[in-house]
Design a protein around this ligand. Structure first.
Ligand SMILES: Nc1ncnc2c1ncn2[C@@H]1O[C@H](COP(=O)(O)OP(=O)(O)OP(=O)(O)O)[C@@H](O)[C@H]1O
Length: 853
């Protein structure tokens, strides 16, 4: 290297290595001079770095200026060299140097280096440092000012941003509020719509896979409450999407499920009847949802317990209402209803009765336990679960072998006297199972068959309801009989459709989902609360009392006329005796069809003639006569049947049967019809009097008890408020034949009651015909000639087309004598008179009837 600096550097290095510096080199060897004192020697890496950089800068500088340096300068006075290059080369490093070589250090250094006395150098250094400091200070000041300006502008900007952000947040929150409100409103509207339509709500719950490695059939669970399934065995097959009111994925907790169910359960406290039932294949998690994981309520409670707990919470929070909560728990095991709260379950087989008490209870003999707290509920549920039939199958180690129904009855009364009564049915159905998969044999097989049969009946009912069939086959199983009020009444109904995700259950998954989807289309009609205000109750009682009073007063007024009327009865009787029976009977038939034409003969005008009281043939044959418009008949336990041949409204062409113990026809006053009407019998105004037929099997002679009996008739009919006067004989008999049931359980219940009462004393001979016709319709074998001849001899010949418009009186007559074949109500062609599974429709009924006739 030609550069003297290089030479010097190498010298310095070699000297450092040799540790034998010559006196002439002593001033230059800064490193050596500072060896003891320099901070980096003490292990400060920053200082070391700064010194290194300084050395490097020095060397660089020397190298860059090497051409201009006089080589002698270096030899003569190396200090000058450093003094010359330092100010120009400090540049970037000066700051570090300043830190490293503070004035004190520099002085100290100079002293050490034997530079003391070199005052000019010191001054120079100090001046330089001062200048540097000043420059720095100025720079810093400028920087500070800049920073201040920047800071202020940033501050302003920040404030602007904050204001803007605030505004945005306000807008967003407004929008969010609006959105939430819109969502809430739409949900409310949707719920209202659902409520108005009374749809069965359906929630679907997917059980987590029991084995992690198993392939799932559930492809996707959407946020829009939809579930997509695919057959894993055939991945190319089309995906199927089902949508429900809610779909719970495998990770959903019991609480989440209950939160969605809670509003429905809470409405029980407002007087609504609610039914929640869990449906699904065996092992799909029904018991898990309803009772909890172990079925024994030990942990992770099911919705049954949570519901009851909630009911208690509400009852304590509503201080102005006093609630009475009672619990009933039954199971349907092998088509037998058993009480689960009774200690001896095997001996307590229960009968299902027509719902009484507002349709809430149809197992009157089942044990009902009053519960005061959730702990009472736990005790009862544990008892019920203990008694419930369950056993191990290949599909589920703790499979429920029965349908369990937990019924909670809630009666509330507030301080104003308003009362409400409602029921909550929590149903855990037994799971449908394929016996080949569940490997059921013996008793298990029998159970499985019963379970599958009752579930299939439930499916039939759901289908019939979904299709709005006129006939709903509730009677086909105990399960549907018990669920009747929930499926077809005024209840709010929720169904949990459970599915197992495993690939091998794909067929069952599809079955369950399809069933659930069909159930979701069932419209039950608006659910209404079973509430009655105290005023309404009082008013109802008042109306009843007034009606009774009015009826008795009216009767008192008319009783003096009875003697007078007796003469009129006698006269009418005589006239009737002269009339050929056949034509009279036909006239009755016509009257019922709304085209009433009295026979072309003059009957003495009597008050009774306006009522068209009519007797049937059997009465006529008794040689009883009508004088003065009244029959004189033998005392006889009888029926009074009033018909309303409604020509305008065929639907209202219903049976009207007032069941009264005994009424002597002869004692009915001429204005009895009007009074009956006033007293509550709802008789169409437009119907001519002569077409209204009152038929009675009357008794003769004046009977002193008749007044009381008539009063009884008046009061009983008034008390019944004419509620049952809208049923015609035809539809009644039709129902008797077809077993048709209406959706309104009260109607059907009443209908049954009436028929039972009616047939109590005299079994209607029509039963034989019905039985024969049923048998014929089932077997397809036409009746024998003898039967046919007997039948045709009993009744006259009548056109088939007129069968559905028979008079009530004709039907009423049929209750007392064998009904002519042609009088049996015949389903109209093309009518949608659907029959149940147990009563299939007759094949070619019209043709056969013609043949028979
Ligand atoms: N959501 C769930 N989370 C965790 N485990 C579940 C869930 N659902 C069901 N299981 C488990 O699956 C098994 C079967 O469930 P469960 O007994 O409730 O079925 P099931 O539908 O009532 O059957 P069955 O009709 O045969 O009585 C139980 O071991 C249960 O703990």
């Amino acid at each position: 290297m030609k550069s003297p600096l290089a030479v010097r550097t190498s010298q310095i290095q070699s000297d450092n290595v040799a540790l034998r510096p010559s006196p002439s080199q002593k001033h230059l060897v800064l490193t050596q001079a500072d060896a003891d004192t320099l901070p980096f020697q003490n292990g400060d890496p920053k200082t070391k770095e700064a010194v290194d950089q300084f050395q490097k800068a020095l060397v660089d500088c020397m190298l860059s200026y090497k051409e201009n340096f006089d080589q002698d300068i270096l030899k003569k006075d190396p200090k000058k060299l450093i003094g010359a290059i330092l100010p120009s080369q400090l540049g970037k490093q000066q700051f570090k140097l300043l830190q490293l070589f503070s004035p004190e250090k520099l002085t100290l250094k100079n002293e050490r280096m034997g530079l003391v006395g070199h005052s000019d150098l010191q001054i120079e250094n100090k001046q330089w440092l001062l200048q540097t400091h000043e420059t720095k200070l100025l720079e810093l000041k400028k920087m500070f000012q800049d920073v201040q300006v920047n800071f202020r502008s940033l501050q302003t900007q920040f404030q602007d941003d904050i204001t803007k952000l605030g505004k945005n947040i306000q807008e967003i929150s407004k929008a969010a509020l609006g959105y939430n409100q819109a969502v809430k409103e739409s949900r409310n509207l949707y719920n209202m719509l659902q409520e108005l339509r009374g749809n069965i709500r359906v929630f679907c719950r997917i059980r987590p896979p029991l084995h992690l490695e198993s392939i799932s059939s559930i492809e996707h669970v959407g946020n829009d409450s939809s579930v997509m399934v695919c057959d894993p065995v055939k991945p190319q097959s089309t995906r199927k999407i089902f949508q429900f009111n809610k779909v719970f994925g495998p990770t959903t907790t019991q609480d989440e499920v209950y939160n969605e169910t809670q509003p429905l359960i809470r409405s029980v406290m407002d007087g609504y009847n609610v039914c929640i039932f869990a449906y699904g294949q065996t092992g799909s998690g029904k018991t898990h949802t309803t009772c909890g994981p172990s079925g024994g309520l030990l942990k992770d409670f099911g919705i049954n317990y949570m519901a009851l707990n909630d009911l208690f919470n509400i009852s304590t929070s509503r201080e102005d209402v006093k609630y009475d909560i009672r619990v009933q728990m039954v199971e349907i095991y092998n088509e037998q209803v058993r009480d689960l709260l009774s200690e001896d379950t095997s001996s307590t087989k229960l009968d299902i009765r027509t719902p009484s008490n507002n349709g809430l209870l149809n197992l009157p003999h089942a044990k009902i336990c009053q519960v005061q707290s959730p702990s009472d509920v736990i005790d009862l549920m544990q008892l019920g679960e203990k008694h419930r039939a369950s056993s191990s199958t290949a599909m589920n180690h703790r499979s429920s072998r029965s349908h369990s129904i937990l019924t909670v009855l809630v009666n509330g009364k507030d301080i104003a006297g308003n009362v409400s009564c409602s029921s909550l049915h929590l149903v855990d159905l037994a799971g449908s199972e394929r016996v080949d998969r569940s490997e059921a044999t013996g008793e298990r097989l029998k159970e499985a068959q019963h379970i599958n049969k009752s579930l299939s009946c439930l499916g039939d009912v759901i289908s019939a309801l979904a299709q709005k069939n006129s006939h709903i086959p509730y009677r086909n199983s105990k399960l549907t009989q018990l669920l009747k009020s929930s499926l077809g009444g005024n209840a709010k109904t929720l169904m949990f459709a459970h599915i197992s995700p495993e690939a091998e259950s794909y067929a069952e998954i599809l079955g369950t989902l399809k069933f659930a989807q069909r159930a979701s289309t069932v419209e039950l009609g608006t659910a209404h609360a079973n509430k009655e205000s105290s005023e309404i109750r009082e008013l109802k009682e008042q109306v009843d009392t007034l009606k009774k009073a009015l009826a008795s007063k009216e009767f008192e007024k008319t009783s003096p006329k009875l003697t007078e009327n007796a003469i009129a009865t006698e006269r009418t009787k005589q006239v009737l005796n002269c009339t050929p029976p056949r034509s009279r009977r036909l006239s009755l038939e016509n009257a019922c069809s709304g085209k009433a034409r009295m026979p072309e003969r003059k009957i003495p005008k009597s008050p009774i003639s306006t009522m068209s009281f009519t007797r049937d043939r059997s009465i006529t044959h008794d040689k009883e006569c009508i004088t003065d418009g009244f029959y004189h008949a033998k005392p006889h336990k009888s029926l009074i049947q009033m018909s309303m041949p409604s020509t305008e409204d065929p639907v209202r062409d219903e049976k009207i049967i007032c069941t009264v113990d005994t009424v002597e026809f002869c004692q009915l006053p001429p204005d009895a019809y009007d009074r009956l009407k006033q007293s509550g019998l709802n008789i169409p105004e437009g119907t001519p009097h002569r077409s209204r037929n009152m038929c009675t099997e009357a008794s003769g002679g004046d009977n002193p008890s008749s007044t009381a009996k008539l009063e009884k008739l008046m009061t009983s009919t008034a008390a019944k408020k004419g509620a049952h006067l809208r049923k015609s004989i035809q539809s009644g008999i039709g129902r008797l034949i077809h077993g048709t049931e209406r959706r309104n359980p009260q109607n059907s219940a009443q209908g049954t009651k009436i028929m039972t009462n009616t047939c109590h004393d005299i079994a209607p001979p029509v039963t034989a015909d019905i039985r024969l016709r049923r048998r014929q319709s089932l077997t397809g074998i036409p009746p024998t000639a003898s039967t046919m001849s007997r039948r045709s001899s009993l009744g006259g010949r009548l056109d088939i087309s007129t069968r559905n418009t028979q008079t009530t009186s004709a039907c009423a007559a049929s209750m007392h004598k064998p009904l002519p074949f042609s009088w049996i109500p015949w389903p109209k062609q093309g009518s949608n008179d659907k029959r149940g599974v147990k009563t299939p429709p007759p094949v070619n009924s019209t043709a056969k009837a013609k043949r028979w006739v």
